[in-house]
Design a protein around this ligand. Structure first.
Ligand code: SF4
Ligand code: SF4
Length: 205
């Protein structure tokens, strides 16, 4: 091909683009849903009775290539229990000035306490506001969950707790579905003791 035709080929590319459909999104007025496995901000999940899944092991912090996670572990006591095991995470912070949303921390977590949501609106004009604390990261309490500290509600031993946890969550989900189906009828409302696991596992994404 002769060299003098190259500029014409270049203009041809530009010319073709002029007739393509514009794909501009009017953000923030218009927000499109992300891909289901999009890596957004993190969430610390709970068990179906409201206890925290995080055991303060710091594996997520060690796995983080950006040194964005700070965890301090603490001991549960019989009178003050935040998680089903011996330990929990009284201090948990993620620095979103450093985080690159790679998800390695999620892979490292042994209890699936840490997952990622699809929430991508993390911009702020303050450095302090971009260091998220445990209170901001914890999943909200669902109906039927109790705010820790409280005793283990899914079994007296840790083995019971972990074995009964999934069946308890399934039963509670069935209750929720029953309540939703019943709400279509003028049935009497109960005391709302249904629960749902707040783990957004799929989105952890
Ligand atoms: S997503 Fe990646 S960079 Fe962000 S806290 Fe987790 S491991 Fe660190
Ligand atoms: S989030 Fe997971 S890996 Fe990080 S401290 Fe808690 S239990 Fe350990």
């Amino acid at each position: 091909m002769l060299d003098f035709l190259n500029p014409i080929k270049g203009f041809g590319v530009t010319f073709r683009q002029m007739f393509r459909k514009v794909d501009t999104v009017q953000y923030p007025e218009e927000k499109r849903p992300t891909a289901p496995r999009f890596h957004g901000r993190h969430q610390l999940n709970r068990w179906p009775d409201g206890l925290e899944k995080c055991i303060g092991c710091e594996l997520c912090a060690w796995a983080c290539p950006a040194d964005a996670i700070y965890v301090e572990g603490g001991d549960n006591t019989p009178d003050e229990r935040y998680s089903p095991g011996e330990r929990y995470g009284p201090v948990y912070q993620i620095n979103y000035l450093r985080c690159i949303l790679c998800g390695l921390c999620v892979e490292a977590c042994p209890t699936r306490a840490l997952t990622m949501t699809n929430d991508y609106e993390l911009a702020d004009d303050s450095r302090e506001n971009l260091i998220w604390t445990k209170e901001q990261l914890l999943a909200p309490l669902q109906p039927g969950m109790e705010s820790p500290p409280h005793p283990m509600r899914l079994g007296n031993t840790e083995e019971d707790y972990y074995r009964l946890g999934p069946s308890f969550a399934a039963a509670q989900s069935a209750d929720v579905l029953g309540l939703l189906a019943g709400s279509a009828d003028p049935a009497p409302a109960d005391d709302g003791t249904d629960a749902a696991d707040a783990d957004q596992g799929g989105a952890a994404r």
